[in-house]
Design a protein around this ligand. Structure first.
Ligand code: IVH
Length: 674
């Protein structure tokens, strides 16, 4: 129906009023009007929207709930990457961080920092265009996330339109923050789930993730999700002026109606940061939500820009983490698991124990020698340590509590999955099952690797479903995944029309992949992401790779005799050849990737030595390869550059003797960033 300008005006005024009163009620806990008055405004809006369809804007307060479940998640590229943070574990790391900053910001004596509790939730990006929420996404891999707008809209604390538009706003802005569930809400949600016989969550973070990654927005709406804004991504500034500091940016967010953690503060130097950390550590247990540390950010935004970023983390921020947490529990049993390439590793199952808010039930034990060293046995009382996302570790056994009849754990003699024989290869500390893909456990693990995030990245195909598909004989190798039909899935427990369609679609979409991912997904021994990237850059496509000789492989930087042997063996195996052909015939299309060759490092031979402060070594290696460098492991007359980090050792002296140019961390990082 045609509407007059006055009607549109009224609709927008209703948005403003409803948003304001909803903010007063939900975020400030200070309602200014009666519920009935609020309802009247809301009903008036609903009424107008039903009369004039065109006035039902996506950011209308009426659109928070009631959206239909989605068919699947849309992938969305972030306009600016969602970075992660470097960690500091003690005061010294913090002082080093401060020194690095001061060194870079020549002439500064001290720098102010914004100090913010590090929420242990899920990173979310909110994109606002002209002050209206356009899209909300998860972090994903930092470059591409998933559209979760339907779920985010159900969070009453997140404005669909900026609350105060009078103060102005940019044309477009990506606001970054953390979605989380409070500890208490998590406990009650778990109780409800338990009563209803549904799955419970191990910790609040998983509960938040589980709620946001739901296709049906009514699930997120029923969960008490919260949000704190803490950062900024891409911005089209228009006529607007951004504040000059992080702390003022957070204040601005607040005026726009976005929740910001109230216990953030500004420290005028690094010593005050240390005090803030102590203070937060002592409050940690009384906070209503989980935090795993404190984030310190250079407060001045122009200084942040000067400092820039390194690969995946900014130079201007650091996360000071709380120390690992320790707990005591009893070992229920110790079993042996079979890995993707047959390695047998011991796993301990515990009586569930809550360590710092996370229920721990398992720990993987490094190898059999570790069992011998600890002499850990079934029914033992043990201390376990948990540090962030790291897999929990047994640190000691309480011998005084040991059962008199307990027996030492014996090495297995047959494969626990296929009962095949086990071998121990020369120079290896571990036992292996040599049955390869004939062993069900290895089959499952290979498929898990194949669908994993850095390989084919197939959503919704977790361990449980893969095990079920293998068990039912529906899938026996990766090519079989692409042969699956909806009907196959419908016969499986837990699948309905929609979930089956979604999974089949996700599998089919994954066929458009890149050549490095394709190679990595094959799970060839010794071929991790960096080696896969090297192979892809050198051979461009599968047929070149298939016909490469072991010498060709050895010619590639970073590939030594062991890796080249595994690669060649893999490519000569008839079963693998058939599998590759099958994959291509089923429409898998790996795209070639290009090397950059317009920089100082392209085609140069580079060796890396020592440790680095601002980039992980593996990451550094990958980035150098992308720049076209040949990264090799030993220094020789052919080496063009040695990248030397801390504690460089003998490679540095050899390079000096040979007159090879040395690059320090800073030099190489600025090359990477240029
Ligand atoms: S800033 C550019 N601030 O920690 C820096 N992150 O390990 C990006 N996080 O993925 C993050 N509280 O999800 C920042 N006050 C805070 C944070 C915070 C929690 C999370 C964030 C990020 C992760 C980095």
């Amino acid at each position: 129906m045609q509407y007059s300008p006055e009607i549109k005006e009224r609709v927008l005024e209703l948005h403003r009023l409803i948003n304001l009163h909803s903010h007063n009620y939900h975020s400030l806990d200070a309602p200014e009007i009666l519920d009935q008055e609020y309802d009247a405004l809301f009903n008036e809006l609903l009424d107008l929207e039903s009369k004039y369809e065109e006035l039902r804007y996506s950011y209308s307060p009426s659109q928070r709930v009631g959206a239909k479940p989605l068919e699947g998640f849309q992938k969305v590229e972030h306009l600016a990457p969602m970075l992660s943070l470097d960690n500091a574990f003690n005061n010294e790391d913090m002082l080093d961080f401060n020194k690095r900053i001061l060194d870079r910001l020549l002439g500064e004596e001290h720098v102010s920092y914004s100090c913010e509790p590090k929420l242990d939730g899920i990173a979310v990006n909110l994109s606002y265009r002209k002050g209206n929420l356009e899209i909300a996404t998860t972090r994903g891999d930092g470059k591409v996330g998933e559209d979760i707008t339907h779920n985010i809209k159900t969070l009453n604390s997140i404005p669909l339109s900026f609350l105060d538009k009078e103060i102005g706003f940019p044309e477009f802005i990506e606001i970054r923050g953390e979605a989380f569930i409070a500890k208490e809400d998590f406990l009650s949600a778990n109780k409800l789930a338990e009563k209803a016989g549904e799955k419970t969550f191990a910790n609040p973070r998983n509960a938040a993730a589980g709620s946001l990654r739901q296709l049906d927005p009514s699930v997120a709406a029923s969960r008490p999700l919260n949000f704190f804004a803490h950062g900024i991504g891409y911005i089209e500034i228009g006529d607007f002026q951004l504040p000059h500091t992080q702390s003022d940016l957070l204040k601005l967010y607040n005026l726009w109606g976005l929740p910001v953690n109230p216990i953030t503060a500004v420290a005028s130097n690094i010593e005050e940061c240390q005090d803030f950390f102590q203070n937060i550590s002592s409050q940690r247990n009384t906070l209503p939500y989980e935090i795993d540390g404190v984030v310190f950010k250079v407060n001045d935004l122009s200084k942040q820009r000067t400092l820039g970023q390194v690969s995946r983390a900014p130079r201007w921020a650091i996360a000071r983490k709380f120390p690992a947490e320790v707990g005591t529990t009893v070992v229920k049993n110790i079993s042996f698991q079979v890995g993707r390439v047959g390695s047998i590793t011991p796993v301990a199952e515990f009586e569930p124990v809550n360590i710092g808010g996370v229920v721990v039930t398992h720990a993987s034990i490094h190898n059999f020698d570790e069992i011998k060293r600890l002499d850990v046995r079934e029914k033992d009382t043990v201390s376990i340590k948990r540090a962030g996302d790291v897999i929990p570790q047994i640190i000691s056994v309480d011998n005084s509590k040991r059962d008199k009849n307990s027996k030492k754990i014996e090495l297995p003699t047959r494969c626990p999955s296929c009962d095949g024989s086990l071998t121990k290869q020369e120079g290896e500390a571990i036992l292996r099952c040599v049955a390869g893909l004939d062993c069900p456990a290895q089959k499952i693990e290979s498929l898990i690797h194949f669908v994993s995030r850095n390989a084919f990245n197939i959503d919704g195909l977790g361990e449980r479903i893969i095990a079920l598909l293998v068990q039912k004989g529906l899938v026996s190798n990766s090519a079989d995944l692409f042969r699956l039909k909806k009907e196959d899935l419908l016969n499986l427990e837990g699948f309905a029309e929609k979930s089956a369609t979604n999974l089949i679609n996700a599998i089919q979409h994954s066929r458009d992949t890149t050549f490095p991912r394709f190679i990595y997904s094959l799970g060839i021994r010794e071929v991790g992401e960096a080696t896969a990237l090297n192979l892809a850059l050198n051979f461009k496509d599968i047929s070149n790779l298939m016909t490469a000789s072991q010498e060709d492989l050895l010619d590639i930087n970073d590939i030594g005799p062991v890796a080249s042997k595994f690669i060649k063996e893999f490519l000569l195996d008839k079963k693998n050849i058939n599998l590759l052909e099958d994959l291509i015939n089923l429409g898998v299309k790996p795209k070639a990737v290009e090397v950059k060759n317009d920089n100082a490092l392209s085609s140069k031979s580079v060796v890396i030595t020592g440790s680095f402060n601002n980039i992980a070594r593996s990451q550094l290696k990958e980035e150098l390869i992308r720049l076209g460098a040949r990264v090799t492991s030993s220094v020789s007359a052919k080496t063009d550059f040695l990248v030397a980090g801390d504690k460089p050792g003998s490679k540095l002296s050899k390079a000096n003797d040979l007159g090879i140019q040395i690059l320090e961390e800073e030099d190489v990082l600025s090359l990477l960033n240029s």
